[in-house]
Design a protein around this ligand. Structure first.
Ligand code: 2NL
Length: 360
């Protein structure tokens, strides 16, 4: 066939082709065995004069066919897109994919619960640095230089050559020292947060969480302490039979000092707060340390012990979370494993108050 014959055959067919025909014609004309390719191959066997005379018509045929195929394909694609756009509709009323809501870590949950419960009693939440001066962490709390708590194996010391050597706070008491020094009494604060001790086994992690509470006012006594803890723990454990027992104890920063035990019973082998401690499967669980703020601590904060008194207490948040939500291994708390959090994490909506339990 001559270039003109091929042109007369191919171009009208391309103009009328659908998408699959466009591809078929491309192979038929421009493919390895294609008709246009065959014409191009004849050029190799021609004399230079003949080739000079014939080549331009063949070359332009090849270019025109390729261009016509491309143009047709573009037109067909555009048509198909227009057809889809007219036919398909986005349903804006369909609910969107929700991101997974995430879970609240039990330690965060317990911290938030305590903040809510204490807020109902007029306490505010105080925070402070985790890197503390030894004065705020020890001296102001009547903990002498020789006290074992200051020993290397309990405390993480930072840069001992500094003018004012610092430690990772071993309790959140220094936050309350700062609260007492920040303005005049009365003070009602809780100080939740991370604390650090050089200790690591199945029941101790070198970082753990503590909440301390402090009330400073005129005429404060142990009765205020016991009523406050009774009220808070009743709300926290969501039982109306929470029973407390105060046992004499010793802390350098309180006088008198008391350990606070809470009554428990075994239910299906699980320790549950509440019930009769004298029942065969009952007993007392040591929960908090507490006492009346030592006069030396008040004086360190420029308060006159004859005018101002107060009570204070401290409790481990991780322990409280274990007791309330029933996780066994303390170390898993801080591994950051999503599977653990999916199992033990809490919904963002579970916030108890003094007046109503979780979900009220
Ligand atoms: C425990 C013991 C306690 C305090 C913490 C405190 C804070 C100031 C003044 C006086 Cl600023 N006391 N805190 C008092 C008694 C005990 O914690 O065994 N915690 C887990």
């Amino acid at each position: 066939m001559t270039p003109a014959d091929l042109r007369a055959d191919l171009l009208p067919r391309i103009l009328a082709a659908d998408l699959s025909a466009v591809e078929a014609i491309r192979i038929e004309a421009l493919g390895k065995q294609g008709s246009v390719s065959a014409l191009l191959k004849t050029l190799g066997r021609m004399s230079p004069e003949e080739r000079h005379a014939t080549a331009p018509a063949i070359q332009s045929l090849r270019e025109d066919v390729a261009a016509a195929l491309a143009t047709r394909k573009q037109a067909l694609d555009a048509e198909a897109l227009t057809a889809r756009l007219t036919a398909e509709r986005i349903d804006l009323s369909l609910p969107a994919d929700r991101p997974p809501p995430g879970r609240i870590h039990p330690v965060s949950q317990v911290t938030d619960e305590l903040a809510e419960i204490f807020a109902d009693l007029g306490f505010s939440v105080a925070t402070g640095p985790e890197i503390e001066t030894q004065w705020h962490n020890f001296s102001a709390l009547n903990i002498p230089e020789t006290h074992p708590a200051r020993a290397m194996h309990d405390t993480f010391y930072l840069d001992e050559t500094a003018d004012e050597p610092r430690v990772l706070r071993t309790h959140t008491s220094p936050v309350q020292i700062r609260a007492m020094m920040s303005g005049p009494p009365p003070h009602r604060v809780i100080a939740p947060g991370r604390v650090y001790r050089s200790d690591s086994d199945a029941t101790h992690t070198p970082m753990f969480h503590q909440v301390e509470g402090l009330v400073i006012d005129r005429g404060i006594n142990m009765g205020h302490l016991k009523w406050t803890l009774q009220t808070v723990l009743t709300a926290f454990f969501e039982r109306d039979d929470v029973k407390l027992r105060l046992r004499p104890s010793y802390f350098p920063f309180t006088e008198p000092s008391a350990e606070v035990d809470v009554a428990y019973t075994l239910v299906d082998g699980q320790r549950v707060i509440g019930g009769d401690p004298n029942a065969p499967d009952g007993g007392w669980l040591e929960l908090l340390g507490s006492g009346m703020v030592h006069p030396s601590v008040l004086r360190a904060c420029d308060l006159d012990p004859d005018e101002w008194q107060g009570f204070a207490f401290g409790v481990g948040i991780d322990r409280l979370a274990m007791l309330k939500y029933g996780m066994e291994d303390l170390r898993a708390y801080f591994d950051g494993d999503q599977r653990w959090l999916a199992q033990y994490g809490l919904s963002a909506f579970d916030v108890p108050t003094l007046s109503g339990g979780v979900g009220a």
